[in-house]
Design a protein around this ligand. Structure first.
Ligand SMILES: C[S@@+](CC[C@H](N)C(=O)[O-])C[C@H]1O[C@@H](n2cnc3c(N)ncnc32)[C@H](O)[C@@H]1O
Length: 260
């Protein structure tokens, strides 16, 4: 007698159905960031903001000097996506036609545009495509940064320097100066910057609490203010300039120090 083997799936039918939809995220997931970058480059949010009220497709395409049918498709994508917050919303215009207006998200795009454009630039995106190479190609250099920092174009410290007092930070920073090229090298520090006048009370509280947390660990550890960071980098470690950039709605800031 012939044996019939019925091969049963290991997974539930609903799980498989869900996966068939989710897999699209990996196939066309890049479209999300590309559409946002497109909105930024076309300055869609800026145009609606300066118009001050909902804009029809024809008003928007005239303001942006864009083809209406193509702009319509971009706007449809940015308005009608259901899985995430919509970027723009549809609203009736003064001329009584359907138009587009701002949302808190599109309003924020105006402020964070430089960061988004940078993070989606070909150079940065290319490094994402080389993620797997990191695991094979990264050179791990053992050592004590108080004594030596290996040569590189940039030295990157994330949540590191807040664990060291000024004396040790100066040693580490001076070692970085030996390690990076004088003309184009930089030290990038991701740490929180205490600002007693910070308007966002929640962020301010987190940073102040982090400072107390660091203090409980050892007397060496501390979060620093803007002035303390500048003093340390310029006056003590003798960098020629530094730039401190806060990241909207984030606890840490980006601190960059340059030798020229
Ligand atoms: C708080 S962790 C870093 C957190 C990490 N950058 C992140 O953002 O998740 C501190 C790191 O500093 C390293 N570290 C501590 N003392 C060091 C030293 N003297 N030289 C080099 N690395 C050191 C530790 O091995 C640890 O990986």
């Amino acid at each position: 007698m012939e044996e019939t083997i019925i091969k049963e799936s290991k997974w539930k039918k609903e799980e498989e159905e869900e996966v068939k939809i989710q897999i699209y995220k990996y196939v066309i997931g890049f479209a999300e960031a590309a559409a946002i970058k497109c909105a930024i480059e076309l300055k869609i949010a800026d145009a609606i903001e300066s118009h001050g009220r909902p804009m029809s497709l024809s008003q928007l395409s005239t303001a942006l000097n864009c083809s209406p049918p193509l702009l319509l498709r971009i706007m449809r994508f940015l308005v009608h996506r259901r899985m995430l917050i919509t970027v723009f919303k549809e609203e009736t215009t003064a001329e009584n036609v359907i138009g587009y207006s701002q949302t808190p998200l599109s309003h924020m795009l105006i402020t964070v545009a430089p960061l988004l454009v940078l993070e989606n630039s070909p150079t940065i995106v290319e490094s994402w495509h080389n993620l797997s190479a990191r695991y094979n190609g990264v050179e791990h250099v053992a050592g004590n940064m108080l004594h030596f920092v290996p040569n590189a174009d940039a030295a990157f410290f994330m949540w590191i320097l807040h664990a060291w007092d000024d004396k040790d930070c100066i040693k580490i920073l001076k070692n970085c100066k030996e390690a990076i090229p004088e003309d184009r090298g930089k030290v990038i520090i991701i740490d929180s910057v205490i600002n007693e006048k910070e308007e966002n009370k929640m962020l301010s509280d987190i940073r102040l609490t982090l400072d107390i947390m660091m203090m409980t660990r050892s007397q060496k550890e501390r979060e620093r203010t803007h002035d303390e960071r500048t003093h340390l980098l310029i006056n003590k470690a003798s960098f020629s300039r530094c730039i401190i950039t806060s990241i909207p709605h984030a606890v840490p800031s980006i601190i960059q120090a340059f030798m020229s």
